[in-house]
Structures are given as C-alpha cells and as structure tokens.
Design a protein around this ligand. Sequence first.
Ligand code: 5GP
Ligand code: ZN
Length: 156
Amino acid sequence: MKTGSFIHNPKLRSFLLKFFGQKNFFWKLITPLLKLQKNMKGECIFCKIVSGEINSKKVYENEKVVAFHDINPQAPVHILVIPKKHIEKITDLGDSEEDKEILYEITKACKIIANQMKIAERGFRIVVNTNPEGGQTVYHLHFHIIGGRQMRWPPG
Ligand code: 5GP
Ligand code: ZN
C-alpha cells in the first residue's frame, strides 16, 4: 500500500467527510475520551468544578449543591445541577438523611434556576442520564435543566 493511498479509499473518504463535515464533530471526537475518563473522586471533572480546580459558569450554589452552565449546551438554557458530594449516579442515592437532603436540595435548585432563567412558565425538561444505555458520560450525579426551545418526544 502506497503512503497516503488510504485517503483515496472512497469508503474512508466518505466517512471522513461525513464525520468532519458535522458541526459537532469535536464532541464526537471528545465523547469517547470522556467515557474513558477515570470516574474515581480524585479524577472526577465535576468534583473539580465543585472545588474550583476547573472553572465553570455557576448560576446557583448552596451548602449541598452547585449548578452551572453545561459546556456543550443542547438548548438556549442548559444547566447542570450537581451534589457537592461525589455520588456516581441516581441509583446510588440511599435512605440516609444526607442523601434525602441532597435530593431535596437538587429539586429545590431546579425550581429556583428555572425561575431565574425565565423558563418555569414556558416549560423545560429535567434529564438524569444513567449508565451507558442512559447516555451517562460523567459519573458524578447531575440533573440537566434544558429549556428555551420546544422539546421533542421521544427524546431519542
Ligand atoms: P451526561 O452525558 O453524563 O448526561 O452529561 C454530562 C454533561 O456534562 C454533558 O452535557 C457535557 O457537555 C457536560 N460537561 C462535560 N465536561 C464538562 C465541563 O468540564 N464543564 C461543564 N460545564 N460541562 C461539562
Ligand atoms: Zn465527583
């Protein structure tokens, strides 16, 4: 095989054109890398956002939770609400008073933020992607608040 001849391969060329021709090709590249991330507390992106090690555009914070703009918004309003405590996913929430309080604070924050972002009356969606088939890529519990446009169903 001659050097560089692979680019003349019609199948590969059409794949590359399709892939890089898309507006969100960067995210298609980065998503598998995000999925490969180590999700231990020390390596968790969202724990680093809580500690301030990674910058974020915060919209709400209290003792238990923090909320910030998603880095790759899927709608005019796209906010993530997370517990400050590292909890991997919603199915890891237990019956402890602390976990009950965290869930209450997250839902309370969703209501406050929806009002703050002026989408409460128009309508909005709360999404909690869970595990691979649920589309979860960051294994630190987060509630997506998505709004500012008409939502579709089924979500796909
Ligand atoms: P999931 O796919 O796990 O439901 O959602 C993870 C979300 O986190 C995605 O919407 C992604 O855009 C967002 N995200 C990933 N890394 C960062 C980051 O460093 N900062 C912010 N603000 N959002 C992030
Ligand atoms: Zn974490």
